[in-house]
Design a binder for this molecule. Structure first.
Ligand SMILES: Cc1ncc(COP(=O)(O)O)c(C=O)c1O
Length: 367
């Protein structure tokens, strides 16, 4: 069975993990500091902190921006559920807008039209293959005095005009879940504009605890626990050293998909040919109805041929939570078409180019 996603764990990574396990310090400690320094270098030296997930990173990013009850956050309905969930969890209202069909980038005209006096931030989600127009996004945010929190969970290693995501802009959040470009098992990171915000994140990620000058502790804000362990950080350091190789391998697989994917009328493939992009997943939209079938049947037929697939993503506004916030189907046609037709095909560093050939052959056969 070919998994649609799978981590790539080298013997070096296992050795680094075992060494930390034996070191006498396995919770947050020296490896976390080392990992944060190494990550920060990849983000142009910007302040970077690790957390237990990108979901936690999004929650703390919103809190660090002072976003809470009564505030509105404009975001694309095409994202993983965590984006919506964290906006709702901090007490704010998610104002959904549509995305572009091919790049899945947030629709900036709709963002501009959705701004009200209550709007505090824009949360765009980046997808593999192409980013939206980051210059236009930041110009829009500046014009209206809005914060930007980039959900970059899927795109560690992607660039905008030669600069890595996270190395510019306001706040960016990353995921190290096993199906991302590199992993710490569970884990995430946040890149922020200044050290004061980074210190705020440190407080928020560990119970809201602040150290007082007399070495006692105080809590002013009730917060949870989101600190990464040294064992995860040791895995992260080893994975980060391999990241360029992982990204290159993923790019080769994506290029092969573009070369051999069967011609199917109305199919929508990811954006191709944009320089400096990372490839966490390869999602295609297929016209099942026109083919006299359904997505469920198509996925089952691939599964019968030993090929697992995923769904990325059902639009947030059409979930029960989204509907309870007043949204309804029909509002965001691109995200809804993506939600209806998308299939995530296998793409990970455990695959070879021949696996892509086999997948495309299976698709041709099923069609
Ligand atoms: C776009 C996006 N944002 C956030 C997340 C959440 O990441 P994590 O599992 O690290 O919380 C994911 C996970 O798939 C994602 O795809």
């Amino acid at each position: 069975m070919l998994n649609f996603s799978q981590p790539c764990i080298s013997e070096d990574t296992i050795a680094a993990m075992a060494q930390t396990m034996r070191s006498g310090w396995i919770a947050s400690g020296p490896r976390v500091l080392e990992f944060e320094a190494a990550l920060s270098q990849t983000f142009g030296g910007r302040p970077t902190r690790t957390l237990t997930s990108a979901t936690g990173a999004m929650e703390l990013a919103l809190l660090a921006c002072g976003i809470g009850p009564g505030d509105e956050v404009i975001t694309s309905t095409q994202s993983f559920f965590s984006t919506m969930n964290m906006i709702v969890k901090v007490g704010a209202h998610p104002v959904f807008v549509d995305c572009e069909l091919v790049t899945r980038a947030i629709d900036l005209d709709q963002v501009e039209a959705a701004i009200t006096p209550r709007t505090k931030a824009i949360v765009p989600t980046h997808f593999p293959g192409a980013l939206g127009d980051m210059d236009a996004l930041y110009a829009l945010a500046r014009r209206h005095g809005l914060r930007v929190i980039e959900d970059a969970a899927l795109v560690q290693g992607s660039e905008w005009q030669g600069r890595p995501v996270g190395s510019f802009g306001d706040i960016a959040t990353f995921s190290f879940h096993p199906n991302k470009n590199m992993t710490t098992i569970e884990g995430g990171a946040i890149v922020v504009p200044d050290e004061a915000t980074a210190r705020r994140i440190e407080v928020l990620r560990f119970h809201g605890i602040e150290r007082l000058p007399d070495d006692t502790r105080d809590v002013a804000v009730a917060s949870g626990k989101y600190n990464m362990s040294d064992v995860s950080a040791a895995i992260g350091l080893a994975q980060l050293a391999q990241l360029p190789g992982f990204l290159a391998h993923r790019r080769r697989l994506a290029e092969r998909y573009f070369e051999v994917f069967p011609q199917i009328g109305n199919a929508v493939l990811p954006p191709s040919g944009v320089e400096g992009q990372s490839w966490n997943m390869f999602c295609v939209l297929l016209p099942y109805e026109g083919l006299g079938s359904t997505r469920q049947a198509f996925r089952a037929a691939l599964r019968e041929r030993g090929i697992a697939t995923g769904l990325s993503y059902e639009p947030s506004h059409s979930t029960s939570l989204g509907r309870s916030l007043g949204y309804r189907r029909g509002q965001f046609p691109n995200a809804e078409r993506i939600g209806d037709e998308t299939v995530t095909l296998p793409l990970h560093c455990g695959m070879e180019v021949a696996d892509v050939d086999r997948i495309c052959e299976a698709i041709r056969d099923i069609i």
